[in-house]
Write a protein that binds this ligand. Structure first.
Ligand code: AMP
Length: 216
């Protein structure tokens, strides 16, 4: 199964992707996670991406497209994948179309997770991430068992620099201006399935399962 996961920052794409991957035996490809790993390793790509990421702006399309071109050829994606955080612009979506054509692959669905801005702001400012495995928590809705510590890895939980108020506002604006046009782009291809992203994690996941089970 091949899925694109669209939705504003903080909509819960990462949390839901984790469950989807387990249940449908596919792999999550998060461009944000790959970029953060590159930053931690101090690669050229990581250095180039840093200032854009910190301000909540998008990393230039050419860097992202090159990165995804390499990633999509990974043999561990043979059983399918979920693209989380990519594409984010129309040129990225067009480049992905070309890549998929080259690889002889087709998408099953574009899931669009819908959450209003006030709710996103509440979620993002209280989000904390494990330094080791990247698992995300919410201080109120989904707290770790031990404060400040990941349940899985025991790693320290930290707040992403771009999860502070100013970069968040910028990321929400960027989503509306650059990524929302993709809903129209994929609607024209009849690929969009909208999901109500407000409520309990299980409630949201049940809707996702109902959609994905159509494509098995
Ligand atoms: P995320 O973890 O998906 O919220 O991404 C964090 C940051 O990484 C974004 O605010 C961008 O600066 C950058 N980023 C991630 N994915 C992309 C993409 N597809 N295109 C451009 N920038 C991206």
């Amino acid at each position: 199964m091949r899925i694109i996961f669209l939705g504003p920052p903080g909509a819960g794409k990462g949390t839901q992707s984790e469950r989807i991957c387990k249940d449908y035996n596919i792999v999550q490809l998060s461009t944000g996670d790959i970029l953060r790993a590159n930053r931690n390793l101090g690669t050229d790509l990581g250095k180039k991406a840093q200032s854009y990421m910190d301000s909540g702006a998008l990393v230039p399309d050419d860097l992202i497209i090159e990165m995804i071109r390499v990633e999509l050829k990974n043999p561990n994606l043979a059983n399918g994948y979920i693209l989380d955080g990519f594409p984010r612009t129309v040129p990225q979506a067009e480049a992905l179309d070309k890549l998929l054509q080259e690889l002889g692959q087709e998408l099953d669905t574009v899931l669009v997770l819908e959450v209003p801005n006030e709710e996103l702001l509440k979620r993002l400012t209280a989000r904390r991430i494990c330094r080791i495995c990247g698992k995300s928590y919410h201080l109120i809705y989904n707290p770790p068992k031990i404060e400040g510590t990941c349940d899985v890895e025991g790693g320290e939980l930290y707040q992403r620099d771009d999860d502070k108020e100013e970069p968040i506002m910028n990321r929400l604006k960027v989503y509306e201006a650059q990524t929302m046009p993709l809903i129209e782009y994929y609607s024209k291809k009849n690929l969009v399935d909208k999901i109500n992203g407000v409520g309990e994690i299980d409630f949201i996941y049940n809707q996702i399962q109902a959609v994905l089970n159509k494509y098995i």
